[in-house]
Write a protein that binds this ligand. Structure first.
Ligand SMILES: [Zn+2]
Length: 236
């Protein structure tokens, strides 16, 4: 069996960072990073406004997340319903509702396998989807059909929906990042995803600020799919 496609986190282009951070703070003021985190992050490259913008979380408002969903390539009705049913699995534990529409959908799903920068499985994070042009996808489920195994709907659709809800990767937590061998990760993601060492450092090797986390006290290596391949883990 071929290796499963890994999730490729999608970040906004730099020229949208500041506006997107403003939107996130309007929607949920709790997206503001703690002062200590801002202070630690102010050094380094980029303007100070951009440095702060990337520390802002992208969670939706606390009154619940009700988003409309559209498909960009006209999949059959049974596939559309199956994808949306898996997205709505989040409603079992959270105030979440995804509803299909053909008019101006907020979540836009494509199934593209090319070009390389669009292929694969990914979603923009939380309120960032509002900064994507309306004719472009906010989520990609490469080559999903009704023949795709149910286990992949569980593994991929629910995972990418988690990103749409504003959840970053569990594997970005420090205690999990520490288990990753930087050289192996740079080699792996360079070969499989075409990422530069800098992109691997940003996407895989930089832990989330622990203070901005809402979830469990300890990282859960089995949570919504860390997607870190064995090839990247430091051997003991
Ligand atoms: Zn992911």
């Amino acid at each position: 069996m071929s290796d499963p496609i890994v999730c490729t986190p999608k970040s906004l282009p730099r020229d949208k960072w500041v506006d997107a951070a403003r939107k996130a703070l309007e929607i949920n003021p709790a997206n503001q990073p703690p002062t200590a985190v801002i202070a630690r992050g102010l050094g380094g490259p980029g303007s100070q406004l951009e440095r702060i913008a990337v520390m802002v979380a992208k969670r939706w408002h606390t009154a619940g997340v009700h988003l409309t969903v559209g498909f960009l390539d006209n999949p059959p009705a049974d596939l559309r319903a199956r994808i949306i049913a898996h997205m709505n699995a989040w409603a079992k534990t959270a105030n979440v509702q995804f509803t299909e529409t053909k008019t101006d959908p907020q979540v836009r799903i494509a199934r593209a396998s090319s070009p390389p920068e669009v292929a694969g499985y990914w979603s923009y994070l939380g309120t960032d989807i509002l900064s994507i042009p309306k004719n472009e996808p906010t989520m990609n489920l490469e080559a999903f059909t009704m023949h795709t195994p149910e286990s992949e709907f569980h593994r991929v659709v629910r995972h990418e929906t988690g990103h749409t809800l504003g959840f970053p990767h569990e594997h970005m937590r420090r205690e999990l990042v520490q288990k990753i061998d930087p050289d192996k990760a740079i080699a792996f993601f360079g070969t499989t995803q075409g990422w530069t060492p800098e992109e691997v450092r940003q996407q895989v090797l930089t832990p989330l600020e622990e203070s901005s986390l809402l979830g469990t006290t300890h990282a859960d290596a089995h949570s919504i799919n860390p997607f870190i391949p064995r090839a990247c883990i430091s051997s003991c």
